[in-house]
Ligand binder design. Structure first.
Ligand SMILES: NC(=O)c1ccc[n+]([C@@H]2O[C@H](COP(=O)([O-])OP(=O)(O)OC[C@H]3O[C@@H](n4cnc5c(N)ncnc54)[C@H](OP(=O)(O)O)[C@@H]3O)[C@@H](O)[C@H]2O)c1
Length: 310
């Protein structure tokens, strides 16, 4: 698996398996199958409520000799309601994942919300159905607590997620340890070239979450349109004799972003890593630029009654 070097020297595999919305009962099978197919990177989060199942699968994979801990890159994320409890939240994730260190710990969203108990990943709403934002904890305070985790050896790299240019700029200004990664939604319908370039210019690796545009999952949850149905991308898939998903993931890799597609289908696990034996030509990269819709497909505002991106 090709890797990208982070600003602290650690290597991060360019493709990872996202585990959001993965059924708990399928996780062991998917993790074992993906490791056999060459996946070495798993993107988790406390909020996905399946760290325990991922941990069980990982432990079995290590014990059976399928793979060694050092060969894997495990990311998980601090939930919004735990910004005031970073150490406890990290330890809770480590316990559930059955690991003694994380490769990468991310601040999941740039917002602290009312604490609901470590690891509960609540999103408390007020009487009007609006997210209870905690105005007493700054992102700087959260970040310094993240930095402590590195000093303690619990985490190798720390990063941010869903931060725009301004928030990323601020993080660069107040950090003693620079963020290694910014994980953001980006795919052909939401290319965010300025943010991607800004991060890369400042040695922050961009991980593309929702790299396939969320496909059927985000249509169901957020009523969005999928780039996998785009006629231009379908044309390129025909040209390269690949699937649309492979063209989209290859495009992500060629712009030096890490991609973390989720699938619960074994045959798609294979399809989604078979992207290293072809290259999109420059003119096709240009063509894909032209289909950007500046279209966010993941809209947590649906649940939180407040649009954090507005
Ligand atoms: N930091 C954040 O706030 C944040 C937000 C969202 C996501 N993420 C991370 O990013 C990961 C990926 O995001 P996502 O799951 O929302 O979206 P995604 O990976 O863009 O798309 C997943 C959807 O695409 C389908 N799919 C997968 N491979 C396919 C293929 N080859 N052809 C056609 N359809 C395919 C999946 O269906 P099947 O499962 O049925 O194959 C699923 O419906 C998550 O698992 C999570 O780790 C992070």
């Amino acid at each position: 698996m090709t890797t990208i070097k982070l600003n602290n020297g650690h290597e991060m595999p360019i493709i990872g398996l996202g585990v959001w919305r993965m059924d708990k009962k399928d996780i062991k099978d998917l993790i074992f199958s993906s490791i056999k197919l060459g996946y070495r990177h798993f993107d988790c989060a406390a909020d996905y409520q399946n760290e325990a199942e991922v941990g069980e699968a990982l432990e079995e994979a290590f014990q059976s000799g399928l793979v060694k801990r050092d060969d894997l890159f495990i990311t998980t994320k601090l939930w919004n309601s735990d910004h005031g409890h970073v150490l406890e939240a990290c330890k809770d994730s480590l316990k559930k994942l059955r690991l003694d260190y994380l490769d990468l710990y991310l601040v999941h969203f740039p917002v602290a919300t009312k604490h609901t108990g470590v690891g509960t990943t609540g999103s408390a709403l007020d009487a009007d159905g609006v997210l209870e934002i905690d105005t007493t904890i700054s992102l700087e305070t959260t970040w310094h607590a993240m930095e402590e985790l590195v000093s303690m050896g619990l985490v190798r790299s720390i990063g941010i997620s869903n931060y725009d240019i301004f928030l990323t700029r601020d993080c660069l200004a107040y950090s003693k340890i620079k963020p290694a990664v910014n994980q953001i939604e980006t795919h052909p319908y939401f290319q965010r070239e300025s943010l991607v370039k800004f991060c890369q210019k400042h040695s922050i690796v961009v991980t593309a979450h929702t790299p396939l545009g969320g496909a059927a999952a985000n249509h169901e949850w957020f009523g969005t349109v999928s780039c996998l149905d785009d006629p231009v991308l379908k044309g390129l898939a025909e040209k390269y004799k690949r699937t649309v998903a492979q063209v989209v993931l290859r495009w992500g890799i060629q712009r030096n972003t890490i991609v973390i597609p989720k699938t619960s289908k074994i045959e798609r696990l294979k399809e989604n890593v078979q992207v290293f034996d072809f290259e999109l030509e420059k003119e096709d990269i240009e063509l894909i630029k032209s289909i950007d819709r500046k279209y966010r497909t993941n809209q947590p505002a649906v649940f939180w009654g407040v649009d954090l991106y507005a």
